[in-house]
Design a protein around this ligand. Structure first.
Ligand code: NAP
Length: 255
């Protein structure tokens, strides 16, 4: 059975490891190409956009894909929308790994906003020291709030985008560590953390550190993300794929 996994997440990498030596499935992993040096993967990997719904549909048909697993990031809503539309058009089974959101704990001071622009507004008029834990493309919104000092943590340099004048970059990728995140926020004298509600353990330590230090978190809400059959983990994808395989064998026998 030929599988496409839409990736870019911890769950996609976990699923890649689970499927790598499984000869029942010929799996391709697809990455958007957002990071310059993605972690090596144990599966054949293609990188870059498909060219919208039509491009994805063509790719799925050309590669005779039998099932798709959407393991994209909770904020990658466009890719998910395209996956739902293309799979519907081709009548392909689609399952989506949906990562649970972080929930507010006692002691958290979250300011919930809808967009990066609203996050920049929520920092207020007075100059503050702000930790931006965001993707490269979301940083542009903070050019509109130039009064603050920013420390931005990204995987790669930001490239040619508009940025606020007082910004320093720290290049790193998760998983992060509780004690180090606490030390980092304290050393940098951070007054606000700006984050997406990504969920999962790898990037949660900054949220726990902010709680411990009494630092407010400007939390950018998740977009609505269309999905296929909802799965809660990479491990849950395997029984789903096995069910698709069994269904295929049954329908072939009955033809
Ligand atoms: P998006 O807005 O859903 O996707 C934009 C376009 O990128 C898609 O239409 C598609 O291009 C291409 N694309 C996205 N995921 C792909 C994949 N797995 N394989 C092939 N092409 C893919 O997603 P995004 O722009 O990547 O990211 C949106 C948000 O998610 C940001 O907040 C970002 O920080 C966060 N995020 C993304 C990733 C990631 O790996 N993409 C990882 C961590 C966080 P075509 O229309 O040309 O097919």
């Amino acid at each position: 059975m030929r599988i496409l996994v839409l990736g870019g997440t911890t769950e996609a990498s976990e699923l890649a490891r689970l499927l790598a030596d499984d000869r029942r499935f010929a799996t391709t992993l697809s990455l958007a190409g957002r990071t310059i040096s993605p972690r090596p993967q144990p599966l054949p990997t293609r990188i870059g956009g498909f060219g919208g719904i039509v491009g994805l549909q063509a790719w799925l048909a050309d590669h005779a894909i039998d099932a798709v697993i959407d393991a994209t990031h909770p904020y990658a809503d466009q890719m998910s929308r395209h996956a739902v539309a293309a799979c519907q058009a081709l009548a392909l089974p689609l399952a989506s790994i949906r990562r649970a959101e972080w929930q507010r704990q006692d002691g958290d001071h979250w300011i919930e906003v809808g967009t990066p622009q609203a996050a920049a507004d929520a920092l207020g008029k007075d100059p503050a020291r702000v930790f931006l834990s965001l993707g490269r493309l979301e940083l542009e919104a903070f050019a509109a709030a130039p009064q603050h000092h920013y420390v931005a943590r990204t995987i790669d340099p930001p490239g040619d985008i508009a940025l606020p004048p007082d910004i320093r970059f720290v290049f790193d990728r998760g998983p992060f560590d509780d004690a180090k995140e606490r030390a980092f926020l304290a050393q940098e004298r951070i007054g606000f953390v700006v984050s997406k509600n990504s969920g999962g353990a790898a990037t949660y330590p900054k949220i726990a550190a902010a709680r411990r230090l009494g630092v407010p978190v400007v939390m950018i809400a998740r977009p609505a993300k269309p999905h296929g059959v909802a799965l809660d983990s990479a491990g849950a994808a395997l029984p789903w794929l096995e069910a698709q395989l069994a269904h295929r064998s049954t329908s072939r026998r009955s033809v």
